[in-house]
Write a protein that binds this ligand. Sequence first.
Ligand SMILES: Cc1cc2nc3c(=O)[nH]c(=O)nc-3n(C[C@H](O)[C@H](O)[C@H](O)COP(=O)(O)OP(=O)(O)OC[C@H]3O[C@@H](n4cnc5c(N)ncnc54)[C@H](O)[C@@H]3O)c2cc1C
Length: 439
Amino acid sequence: MSNKRESKVRRVLIIGGGFAGLETARKLSGDSRFSVTLVDRTNHHLFQPLLYQVATASLAAPDIARSIRQILAKAENVTVLMDDIETIDPDGKVATGASGTRYEWDYLLLAAGARTSFFGNPQWEQHTLGLKSLADAQSVRRTILTNLERAERTTDLEERKKLMTVAIVGGGPTGVELAGALAALVRHSMKDEFRHLETSDLRVILIEDAKFVLSTFDNDQSEYARQRLESLGAEVRTGHRVSDVSEQRLEFTDGTSLEAAAIIWAAGVEAHPLTRQLGVPLADAAGRITPELDLSLPGKPDIFVAGDLVRMTDREGVAVPGVAPAAVQMGDHVADVLKEEARLEGTRFADTKVSLRPKFRYFDKGMMAIIGKNVAVVKAGRMKLRGFPAWVAWLLVHILFLIGFRNKLAVLLGWAFSYIKNEPEARIIVHPPADRAAG
Ligand SMILES: Cc1cc2nc3c(=O)[nH]c(=O)nc-3n(C[C@H](O)[C@H](O)[C@H](O)COP(=O)(O)OP(=O)(O)OC[C@H]3O[C@@H](n4cnc5c(N)ncnc54)[C@H](O)[C@@H]3O)c2cc1C
């Protein structure tokens, strides 16, 4: 129950409506002690774990994204605004968007996530396709399908070979999932659809610097993933480090090179550059921030960080990974801290409130990666699954998510049906306006 000392309304600014920011907004919704403004540069919350399915034509873009405004429609104390935050003044307690709008706060949560990292070679970006946003996923799909159309048309066999080569750099879950799904889509699902090319000639080459793909899993699971990818027709090159990227060409440190009409970069991420404006030292070269255990910045108790831009160990000393459940849990924790702070305000504890704040604990729900139809790997604590049981677990987790997210049983059943039948539906090529003449 609120009393007089709690009657002050605290302005909370949340930058980013991803997993972390949205969770904080949800938890504060309906709490009249807070006036929340959530600013995102897009108008939608995106379920990134299924981006590869948009890229490989199994899902349409709206199936994995939902309007943030719609999600928070009933949260009367939350205002949702679309703007790209460009500057943060931590001492003046104000952020400014590309629109010129100034957003003042009593508390700030920076939850702007991560972006693709090219390890100090920003020029590589123009020659590669990323997989961080809906636009990226649509661009991957458009490129692959358009290259196949060109390959069907051309009589130049060398050209056809290049058009039918897809290089994926980065053997983490994103690269593995994409390689498996692409090989399955083209080599198997589309096999009867062309007259001049053999879809089995498509080369999907997964390139990883480390000794194993899926290096955060145990070695036997990584090896299993490699074997299953190879049985789907993908090539896996581990211990291969990219030294240069140019137009449709990769160079490697061992002096070899590879020509590919599509190069997908899934090799690394770095924190959103806004972390550099918070006035605290960065924790690593990826620009991440290490907060206090309550998730506030050292010496700045009114500024919090959460999600992929954080590098930390929790109160038990467990390293917190850059995954969606960790971001949700951090978002949840920030809301708890703010509520507790509001409760204590004006009491004799107020002066020591920062040290009294609850400390973050990460609950590890495990990890999973899908390799192809009926095949996945799951690691949760001591439990390890692979093959069909892991795939069923993956499917259940994602169906449960989609039920909550889409709330449209018919769409969900349609997806599940075409997914189980292995008949991806979303294969239409849509060119962006500037690109209409291409193809
Ligand atoms: C292809 C892919 C597959 C993945 N698969 C999995 C998986 O299977 N399982 C798993 O657990 N995790 C997975 N992840 C990781 C997971 O998606 C992230 O850990 C999670 O999204 C982090 O949440 P976040 O809130 O920190 O950032 P995000 O969810 O990325 O949200 C950041 C938000 O900030 C907004 N934003 C950015 N800059 C600005 C700005 N300047 N102004 C305003 N708004 C801004 C963005 O639009 C976005 O909405 C995957 C990630 C990718 C890219």
